[in-house]
Design a protein around this ligand. Structure first.
Ligand code: PRP
Length: 216
């Protein structure tokens, strides 16, 4: 039997995913050793491998077959636009993609003015402003702490993830428009979906049942 490899986005999503996999009897003891510098973890019994990577790399690994299955936020899936199958909404990691800024920027969005938009998600920002709002904007790519954009005068607004809203609040910003809801998704390599159909479908079915139980 070939190994099935999982790529998990580092951080909270990975921890939640491992909890969920445990519920369906998929464990990886090796991964629990936080002091380990190993990059890939194996469950020999089930013939499974796991690795953690930066979120934006998860769809890349899955598209090219470096991993058969990936778990990553739908924000990253939209931004990366890779050829993968999105097979399951895991329901956790819920947040929203929003246009945010100071209250004073609201008007700039209504009158379709040329504005500057800072974002870690230039593709999502471009798609929203160009294709949905039909507003020409200047998009500036940042790699984090995007809320700084309007604070230091780099941009008028930002396109970013809002979870609790506390980062915005503590920095005098607010949600101006909502683009879409987000959550953790499971993605599958297109070839693996055919070659390993039986094993992957079995995992998906078990996950769906576990998720249903969580809802009850
Ligand atoms: C994300 C996002 C916001 C914050 C939102 O940043 O970019 O800054 O979380 O969460 P909240 O609504 O609960 O305050 P992350 O922590 O991933 O770091 P980053 O700024 O480096 O992207």
């Amino acid at each position: 039997m070939e190994y099935l490899t999982f790529a998990l986005a580092k951080g909270r999503l990975a921890a939640k995913t491992l909890e969920l996999l445990e519920q369906i009897g998929i464990t990886c003891e090796e991964m629990k050793d936080k002091s380990s510098r190993k990059l890939i973890f194996v469950n020999e019994e089930l013939k499974l491998k796991f690795f953690l990577s930066k979120g934006p790399d998860v769809p890349t690994y899955v598209e090219y077959g470096g991993a058969d299955i990936g778990v990553v936020g739908s924000d990253t899936i939209l931004e990366e636009n890779r050829r993968v199958y999105e097979v399951l909404d895991l329901g956790f990691g819920k947040c929203r993609m929003c246009v945010c800024g100071p209250a004073s920027a609201k008007e700039l969005l209504q009158h379709h003015e040329m504005i500057r938009v800072a974002s870690k998600y230039p593709k999502i920002a471009k798609d929203y402003f160009y294709n949905q709002k039909h507003q020409t904007v200047d998009i500036i790519k940042l790699n984090g702490s995007v809320e700084l954009g309007p604070i230091v005068g780099l941009s008028d607004v930002i396109v970013d993830i809002v979870e609790t809203g506390s980062t915005l609040k503590e920095n005098g910003l607010e949600v101006l428009e909502e683009i879409c809801p987000l959550s953790a998704r499971m993605i599958v390599n297109q070839v693996s979906m055919k070659m390993e159909a039986e094993r992957i479908k079995k995992i998906l079915q078990a996950l769906k049942e576990a998720l249903k139980k969580c809802e009850l």
